[in-house]
Design a protein around this ligand. Structure first.
Ligand code: ZN
Length: 314
């Protein structure tokens, strides 16, 4: 009787300790998920840029700390999946030593538990807030191949066979005209646009509404001292939610010369414009809202033009 009581009490003690440990792993997992998801918005990060590497690692450490785990070091934050010289994935490991109460009888004082989370970038294939100016897949692919992405003109190109197409798109297919168009430029189109969607070309180059809409956006930047004489967001330092950054559709021409087919999305930071309809700026690699196929950056043949969402991948 006495011997079996000791055995039963021992088992009970272990069950209680393991139960407490199990509760801890739930908290660890939550902290790891929060850390990768919050800091992952700073991806992608150039591999040689120590300042940005430290920034994202410290951000992950900070979010883990806000979730109750204050002992993370930079070694617990691992950047990976390098594409085009940039990290596109972040992993955070949250370790914890859970003190044992009853298992001490058996000489076990602590149980070391480890939980981790991984978030990665994936190209966006469906999103809202797109502006009605795009560029061809051919053009952006050549820009990416030649690394000619900063301080460039978002072209108002006339394509073969048409003299009235300047790159402007009629996003709702209703032929809304200039006032719709200005709102789509300044605020982005409220509806969803997906890869594979067919959009109507807007005839005319919409110089007036484009100028007004972009002017509103440019002046609405509140980052990096923009409102007090500073530069505001630039290609080097920007806040991804900045109104100066527009989501532009990347398309190929339809067979009928009146429509285009959406191939993906790019992010473009407005830098300057002229009153005859030319816009200059820089293409960015960054995280935004939207849905993705789950593909890795640079994987497969379609749709990777620098606009990503962030997904938990483990
Ligand atoms: Zn800004």
């Amino acid at each position: 009787m006495a011997v079996s009581m000791v055995f039963i009490m021992g088992m009970l003690a272990l069950v209680i300790d393991l139960g407490l440990a199990f509760l801890s792993t739930g908290e660890q997992q939550k902290a790891a998920d929060a850390a990768v998801y919050s800091s992952g918005r700073l991806l992608p990060v150039p591999i040689g840029n120590t300042a940005k590497v430290n920034q994202i690692k410290n951000s992950a450490i900070n979010y883990a700390s806000l979730n109750g785990f204050e002992d993370l070091t930079q070694d617990d934050v691992i950047l990976g999946k390098v594409r085009n010289g940039q990290y596109t994935e972040i992993k955070v490991i949250v370790d914890n030593s859970v003190p044992m109460y009853f298992a001490k009888i058996f000489g076990i004082d602590y149980l070391d538990l480890s939980r981790s989370a991984v978030a990665k970038l994936s190209p966006i294939n469906r999103t809202t807030g797109v502006v009605p100016i795009g560029l061809t897949k051919e053009e952006i692919e050549s820009r990416i191949a030649n690394n000619n992405l900063t301080h460039v003109t978002l072209k108002y190109g006339v394509h073969g066979g048409s003299t009235s197409f300047f790159g402007a798109l009629d996003l709702d297919g209703q032929g809304g005209g200039a006032s719709d168009y200005r709102i789509w430029i300044s605020q982005g189109y409220a509806g969803e646009i997906s890869v594979g969607d067919i959009l109507l070309e807007e005839s005319g180059n919409m110089v007036g509404p484009t100028y007004q809409g972009f002017d509103e956006r440019y002046n609405a930047c509140t980052h990096f001292g923009a409102q007090v004489g500073g530069s505001g967001c630039t290609a080097e330092d920007f806040e991804p939610s900045c109104p100066r950054i527009v989501k532009v559709p990347v398309y190929s021409f339809g067979t009928d010369k009146k429509t285009v087919v959406v191939e993906g999305f790019a992010a473009f930071l407005l830098e300057n414009q002229t009153n005859d309809g030319y816009i200059t700026g820089s293409f960015l690699n960054m995280v935004s809202n939207g849905a993705s196929s789950g593909n890795n950056v640079g994987e497969g043949t379609e749709g990777d033009f620098g606009l990503y969402n962030l997904i938990l991948s483990e």
